[in-house]
Design a protein around this ligand. Structure first.
Ligand SMILES: Cc1cc2nc3c(=O)[nH]c(=O)nc-3n(C[C@H](O)[C@H](O)[C@H](O)COP(=O)(O)OP(=O)(O)OC[C@H]3O[C@@H](n4cnc5c(N)ncnc54)[C@H](O)[C@@H]3O)c2cc1C
Length: 409
């Protein structure tokens, strides 16, 4: 399953054999799609190329949170957390239809732990006080005892109470498609990049093959950006013979169970090593995740040990629910692209790096990153590429790819 790209959908591409543009973006995940919107907002022509479909990579397998990252409260990465909290508010403004505020409960085992949570969460919600569209019926802070005890997850387990904090849920693939739809990019999805031409230390032309019917096309551009997520190292090796590992990859799985009566609010349970076990009711199901396993590929299957780890964590923390008897409606595995450094992947930063390529002066690479910070990062990159900042990036509502009116809330 090392190159298991999904079978291309039906349909024909009517684009010409030669396409010229100012900026060519390879990879139509959240980063590539966000960059296409940024360039369009600045009046710059671009093309968005993907071997698969828009949002068909990691950006459809996340935990779907636009968040400061409550776990950073535990790991002490406060700068990253505060950046995420600012960006969370921006998403709520520009993509209200793809965002839903929630009061997440963090349960505690002992009084002292409860007090520590209340302090940390108090700061998190203070720094994240900008919450456009927050529904007043969602309550934050100490969860009343009776409300806590009415939740089946509180029964028979190690927890004595909970503190509620605010975060934003999204629909990751939809958000990515909205970003692409909010751009004027020429879309070359389901196109396999084959070879490049270069001149004078610059990339000039990409030869592509339409995976639906084999048609060959050529893309010419002045600037190039690769936003290939976990497939970056593999692509750089194949296209340019580069062996340097820029990324380390970490898989994470989610299981989707049938909804469980009484589980109304999402839970975020602290686990060892600063990790969080999410149990989130959404879309009529209960989403549970996630794990961390270092992997070598962008496409890897779920291994039994990952599934088992989640089941054991659920049983240890929430024993009243018969997890193994609940039908698993679906399961998914995503691969996090993490900027390479030493240490285990749990402790690797989720921060992103923009690399200017050493050999091709007109090529930039997007490495690492998160959904939450993708807009801000691509705003920065677009400003670097064009020399033009763009205030509208933070305020211009996204166009919905499925054609609904973005003005209607
Ligand atoms: C389990 C898990 C949970 C996560 N939870 C969160 C969360 O709650 N909040 C958050 O902010 N972030 C979260 N993340 C991180 C976030 O999902 C990723 O950082 C983000 O989606 C990466 O986006 P990307 O655009 O860089 O990569 P991708 O979405 O993977 O996009 C890369 C694109 O490149 C294309 N591609 C690959 N190879 C080629 C090629 N040779 N030619 C052309 N195209 C190619 C792929 O098809 C793909 O569409 C999570 C990640 C995982 C794995």
């Amino acid at each position: 399953m090392s190159d298991a790209w999904p079978t291309p959908p039906e349909g024909l591409c009517t684009l010409p054999a030669v396409i010229e543009t100012e900026v060519a973006i390879l990879g139509a995940g959240i980063h590539g799609a966000a960059l296409a919107r940024e360039l369009t907002l600045r009046g710059v022509a671009c093309a968005l190329v993907d071997k698969g479909e828009v949002g068909g990579g990691t950006s459809q397998w996340s935990s779907q949170l636009l968040h400061g990252g409550i776990r950073y409260m535990l790991t002490g990465d406060i700068t990253q957390m505060r950046e995420g909290l600012i960006e969370r508010a921006t998403w709520a403004r520009i993509a209200p239809r793809r965002c839903r505020w929630e009061a997440f409960w963090m349960p505690h085992r002992f009084l002292v732990e409860g007090l520590a949570h209340r302090f940390g969460i108090g700061l998190y919600d203070h720094w994240g006080a900008d919450r456009p569209g927050w529904p007043p019926e969602l309550k934050l802070g100490r969860v009343p005892r009776a409300t806590f005890e009415a939740d089946p997850r509180a029964v028979g387990g190690p927890f004595r109470g909970a503190t509620a904090y605010a975060d934003l849920m999204t629909w990751d693939r939809e958000l990515t498609k909205d970003l692409a739809a909010s751009s004027g990019a020429v879309l070359l999805d389901v196109h396999e990049p084959e070879t490049f031409e270069d001149a004078g230390g610059n990339l000039t032309t990409l030869h592509l093959r339409d995976r639906r019917d084999g048609t060959l096309r050529r893309l010419k551009a002045q600037r190039w950006v690769f936003a290939l997520g976990p497939w970056t190292d593999k692509a750089m090796a194949r296209w340019f013979g580069e062996t340097r590992k820029r990324l380390r990859l970490s898989s994470g799985i989610h299981l989707w169970f049938d909804a469980v009566a009484g589980c109304e609010r999402p839970w975020a349970i602290r686990r060892p090593k600063g990790r969080i076990l999410f149990v989130i009711p959404r879309d009529g199901l209960l989403q549970v995740g996630t794990t961390e396993r270092e992997v070598e590929e962008g496409w890897v299957p779920i291994v039994e040990a990952e599934r088992e780890e989640l089941f054991q964590a659920l049983e240890a923390n929430l024993p009243a629910i018969p997890w193994r008897r609940l039908p698993v409606r679906s399961e998914e595995l995503g691969v996090r692209p993490l900027v390479a450094s030493s240490g285990d992947t749990t402790h690797l930063s989720r921060e992103a790096v923009l690399e200017r390529h050493g050999r091709f002066q007109n090529l930039s690479l997007v490495l690492g990153g998160k959904l939450t910070t993708a807009r801000a990062l691509m705003d920065r990159l677009a400003t670097e590429l064009t020399g033009r900042p763009c205030a509208a990036s933070k305020t211009e509502p996204l166009r919905l790819w499925d054609g609904q009116n973005p003005e209607i809330r």
